[in-house]
Design a protein around this ligand. Structure first.
Ligand SMILES: [Zn+2]
Ligand SMILES: [Zn+2]
Length: 302
């Protein structure tokens, strides 16, 4: 536990970002409550520390936020093709489940399996989100692009609301196609396909639920706002907590039903300790929020 404490940001400190242009330098301001030994300061004296990380490191990792018409936020035809294939894959699972249930006259098992798939997709989204938020880098095989995208999301969370639909979902849709399409071809059991269809569909659309969680309620479709209020998809308030210090909770982005359970039982913190002691790997959430984790203020476009 001492490892966590020595890396966490002190409760009394705040980060302030100097206005651009770059280079951006983070200055930590402490309002001292107790006297420290060296150098000698008066109680309640405002002390300005030098940044603990050299400014050059911030320069190396900082990028400009995407602008409103940035091509990186637009959907390409390839994105749309992957999204179409992912949706088709999910529909095949659900259709096969429905046809099988109808011919075998079983409805309870496939329905319960679908509900279990929906609940487990929330857990799966949390585990995956925790993994890519905390481990690896842009150069990590297979997951590198997602890791980089989520780091960018933590820095400029509002950009997800400007990302076009297929652009936002195509990566998960491609994964669903590769994994679930073979399952559709190999299995006929309506219960299993009910689970697979709901689980993969919720995982694929989790990025859209995530985008809606960053939306302003008055600008969201009324049905989406109602689903958020009912807890059927992740709420804005619950996901908002994920983007505030200490940046290590509320990882689930389907319904958010697992967030309280996982956070109250410190499941991810235990996993982080296990990975650290077994493999010596530190999660990003142990280091104090730096330029890769902190939200830039004042750059929002509407
Ligand atoms: Zn995150
Ligand atoms: Zn977010």
């Amino acid at each position: 536990m001492s490892i966590i404490n020595q890396n966490k940001l002190p409760l009394s400190s705040h980060h302030y970002f100097h206005p651009r242009p770059s280079p951006r330098v983070i200055t930590r301001v402490h309002c001292l409550i107790t006297t420290s030994s060296k150098p000698k300061v008066e109680p309640n004296q405002l002390v300005i520390e030098s940044p603990s990380v050299p400014p050059t490191q911030f320069l190396a990792t900082s990028k400009a936020p995407p602008q409103a018409n940035d091509p990186s936020l637009k959907s390409t035809w390839l994105h749309r093709v992957w999204l179409a294939s992912g949706c088709t894959t999910v529909l095949i699972s659900l259709a096969k489940s429905l046809v099988g249930a109808s011919s075998m006259h079983i409805w309870v098992e496939p329905t319960v399996a679908g509900l279990v798939g929906y609940v487990m997709a929330d857990l799966g989204s949390g585990v995956y989100h925790w993994g890519i938020d905390n481990y690896g880098s842009a150069s990590t095989p297979i997951f590198g692009n997602q890791i980089e995208a989520f780091q960018g999301h933590h820095k400029w969370p509002w950009t997800i609301t400007k990302r076009q639909f297929a652009n936002n979902l195509h990566a998960l849709a491609r994964t669903v196609t590769f994994i679930v399409l073979p399952i559709n071809l190999l299995f006929d059991d309506p219960t299993f396909l009910g689970f697979a269809g709901m689980f993969s569909g919720c995982i694929m659309f989790s990025q859209q639920f995530h985008a809606w969680a960053h939306g302003t309620k008055s600008r969201l479709p009324p049905l989406v706002a109602a689903l958020q209020d009912l807890g059927i998809i992740v709420s804005r308030s619950q996901h908002g907590a994920h983007h505030r210090a200490p940046y290590n909770n509320n990882y689930c982005i389907v319904s958010g039903v697992w967030n309280e359970v996982l956070d109250n039982h410190k499941v991810f913190e235990v996993l982080e300790m296990l990975l650290f002691f077994k493999l010596g790997v530190r999660p990003r959430s142990w280091t104090e929020p730096n330029s890769d984790w902190s939200e830039e203020i004042g750059d929002q476009f509407l």
